[in-house]
Design a protein around this ligand. Structure first.
Ligand SMILES: *Cc1c(COP(=O)(O)O)cnc(C)c1O
Length: 409
């Protein structure tokens, strides 16, 4: 066998110098498998790890309590870490270009852990730019974890910083308007305050915020990373020092990811580049057609591309939701199939209506997560639903590509 030059130690296994994203997507977190005679990663469901050496175990617990570093050897107990979840964490860190990543039970659990890390250091003030995902906005606005938020636009960040500011939080492209901001300029404005960029929409395939100076990269892994609508998870990619603190908070507060979810996420990552590119091509084509459509008032699509689109209709957005047949009317995003939802009613309902509208989330805005279906089938479904939005529910049955029996009551 042809053995390339080993240049770095990684995950206990030596391998070659930097690999392309598509290669990392299928190999990262799996580098040790072939030598173990395995192909698919094992799923370790243990909640506890036996040891006859309690002195050694005490030393591992002490080390974890001091730095939050992953225990050398078995994890002691499932809340300290899990080998299957660790494979996903290794892989996501490689894709985001960070030293480490720490996985949680959901995106909101991941954000909560970040806020708790900063609050435990007495840094309770957060500066944030709207729009954010509705529940992130709510968590900050309601101060549920004792934080205090100052909302600003990107140009106002530097001025909004205080001595007790522990975090600056942004999303780009943002949920649901797909507004983009200049991450490098924002990171610069943050000075020494950590910038958290929610990269759920772009994924590391389209954008790696750590390269632009974000210290923390957050994902709702429920979305594109899992990619099939069947796993709920969150993850923060960051430097090892911050990762240690996040592991300590995860240990103390318990928002761990289940190993089966870790397995599904690792599997999801292997097709992430292919899925994101194919869905983005569909999205770009739908954007082209929507932008030329007289029933559509405005289309939002970020410069970096991606599979998320948003558009405002002249007619009733609720009729579009009621009118789709192939496209699934549901919140969430990033699955293989296309989902559509009305942010003012669903994903951003929890945000105060004035704040929501102020952030550009119009009551006529629809958000669509474009999947991997054939684009002509998607367009034909969307076309029928748009027709219903302008002509009312009664007139759409004939224009639709599904039998009347499939129509809703
Ligand atoms: C869904 C979402 C979240 C929250 O993640 P959960 O996994 O649902 O907890 C955070 N940020 C963005 C951008 C999201 O779309």
């Amino acid at each position: 066998m042809d053995t390339p030059l080993d240049t770095q130690a990684y995950d206990g296994v030596r391998h070659t110098a930097p690999r392309a994203l598509a290669t990392e997507a299928v190999h990262a977190g799996r580098d040790d498998l072939a030598r173990q005679g395995l192909h698919a990663p094992p799923i370790d469901l243990s909640t506890t790890y036996p040891s006859y050496d309690s002195r050694g175990e005490a030393a591992r617990i002490d080390a974890f309590a001091t730095t939050g570093a992953e225990p050398d050897g078995p994890p002691v107990y499932g809340r300290l870490g899990n080998p299957t979840v660790a494979r996903f964490e290794t892989a996501l860190a490689r894709l985001e270009g960070t030293e480490a990543s720490v996985a949680f039970a959901s995106g909101m659990a991941a954000l909560s852990a970040v806020l708790l890390v900063r609050a435990s250091m007495g840094l309770r003030h957060v500066v944030a730019v709207r729009p954010l995902y509705g529940c992130s906005d709510h968590l900050l606005t309601a101060g549920l974890l004792g934080s205090e938020v100052t909302w600003t636009d990107p140009a106002g960040i530097a001025e909004a910083l205080r001595p007790d500011t522990g975090l600056v939080m942004v999303e780009s492209p943002a949920n649901p308007t797909l507004a983009e901001l200049d991450l490098r300029a924002v990171a610069h404005a943050c000075g020494s305050v950590p910038l958290l960029a929610d990269n759920t929409f772009a994924t590391p395939v389209l954008q790696r915020p750590a390269e632009h100076g974000a210290r923390l990269v957050l994902h709702s892994a429920t979305k594109y990373l899992g990619g099939h609508g069947d796993v709920m998870a969150g993850v923060v990619a960051c430097d090892e020092e911050f990762a240690g603190r996040l592991r300590q908070v995860r240990f103390a507060t318990g928002g761990v990811l289940h190993p089966l979810a870790g397995y599904l996420l690792l599997r999801g990552l292997s097709t992430l580049p292919v899925r994101v590119r194919a869905a983005s091509a569909n999205a770009a084509e739908l954007v082209r057609r929507l932008a030329a459509d007289p029933r559509v008032a405005r289309v939002h699509y970020p410069r970096i591309g991606g599979a998320m689109i948003a558009f405002e209709v002249h007619g009733d957005p609720h009729e579009v939701i009621a009118g789709v047949r192939l496209i699934t009317p549901a919140v969430s995003l990033g699955s293989v199939d296309t989902l559509i939802q009305h942010p003012a009613s669903i994903s951003h309902r929890i945000v105060d209506a004035d704040d929501r509208r102020g952030a550009g989330v119009s009551d006529r805005l629809l958000r669509m997560s474009v999947g991997l279906e054939d684009v002509e089938d998607l367009w034909s479904d969307l076309d029928g639903a748009l027709q219903r939005s302008v002509s009312g529910a009664g007139n759409c049955a004939t224009s639709h590509n599904q039998p009347a029996a499939a129509a809703r009551p």
